[in-house]
Ligand binder design. Structure first.
Ligand code: AMP
Length: 283
């Protein structure tokens, strides 16, 4: 695996692979790798010939007062893990390679960014995500880009950018990878002390409770949300949001019939955690 720092070097590596008729996969990340990241790299390895993993803690998607400076960074460890999972290139640019002096462009997706994390983290978050992902797709020009369903709203934002801007790439959303107790893996889980770590597992249990309610025949959205809410309440977790929305466009839903997204964000100890579950009523 090669570590590349510049846009020009990535372009020439991709050009060489293309000249040999090889397909290209991209896995955008902010590093601090865990099994969730590695599952995306393995999916890219299985699906494409040249696997490019980007490692860039994107400053524009962090709001004021968020954890940009504290965000865990260990490039040497990440490089070893990425290579082990099958990456060919680790693209780890400096901030001024991605945002050179005078950078003035931002991609804004309207509508679906007004809710959930867009509402709680502010509109700048998804502008930062959309802008950096658009740049990575322009730089690497992959056949397929791999994202985790853990960030369900991010997947929708990326799909919308790709569709609206006619970017010729297939977006593959990969399943959420969890710890044995169900906690969704996240680079931010390192912020959890032992007590918070134990409580954090209740986020997934809340989603389980909602899923069980739907499986038992409940289709009323408020009742399904209440089933999840009671698990969070019992664990002393006050969510930033806990909402059931259409999985396709994040419109509010009153009943669960087609695919509905139950999405949750909560601060547990020192970490802000997100998780979600697609719920479907089976008639
Ligand atoms: P991040 O480094 O947190 O920006 O994440 C990079 C990619 O990994 C994103 O597409 C995330 O959705 C994905 N990802 C993060 N955590 C998980 C997880 N637990 N399971 C699956 N994918 C994940």
């Amino acid at each position: 695996m090669r570590i590349l720092r510049t846009v020009a070097d990535v372009r020439s590596a991709v050009r060489a692979a293309r000249a040999e008729g090889r397909t290209v996969g991209l896995v955008p990340t902010m590093g601090a790798f865990h099994e969730g990241h590695l599952s995306l790299i393995r999916a890219a390895r299985a699906g494409t010939d040249l696997v490019v993993v980007s490692l860039f803690v994107n400053p524009t998607q962090f709001g004021a007062g968020e954890d940009l400076t504290a965000y865990p960074r260990d490039e040497a460890r990440d490089a070893e893990l990425a290579a082990g999972a099958g990456a060919d290139i680790l693209f780890a640019p400096a901030v001024d390679e991605v945002y050179p002096h005078g950078f003035a462009t931002s991609i804004h997706v309207s509508g679906i960014t007004d809710v959930l994390c867009g509402a709680t983290r502010g509109p700048g978050h998804f502008d930062g995500v959309a802008t950096v992902v658009t740049k990575l797709l322009q730089i690497v020009a992959p056949d397929t880009a791999y994202f985790g369903q853990k960030d369900a709203q991010q997947v929708l934002v990326v799909r919308r950018v790709v569709r609206d801007l006619d970017i010729p790439v297939r977006i593959e959303a990969c399943p959420i990878v969890r710890e044995p107790d169900g906690l969704a893996m996240s680079s931010r889980n390192v912020y959890l002390d032992a007590g918070a770590r134990a409580r954090a597992a209740h986020i997934n249990r809340a989603l389980d409770a909602a899923e069980a309610a739907v499986a038992a025949g409940e289709t009323d959205a408020a009742a399904v949300v209440a089933a999840a809410r009671s698990v969070l309440d019992a664990a002393g977790i006050e969510p930033e949001y806990l909402e059931l929305r259409s999985a396709g466009d994040l419109a509010p839903v009153d009943t669960v019939d087609d695919a509905a997204l139950l999405a949750v964000a909560a601060r547990v100890g020192a970490a802000r955690l997100i998780d979600n579950r697609i719920l479907e009523a089976h008639a």
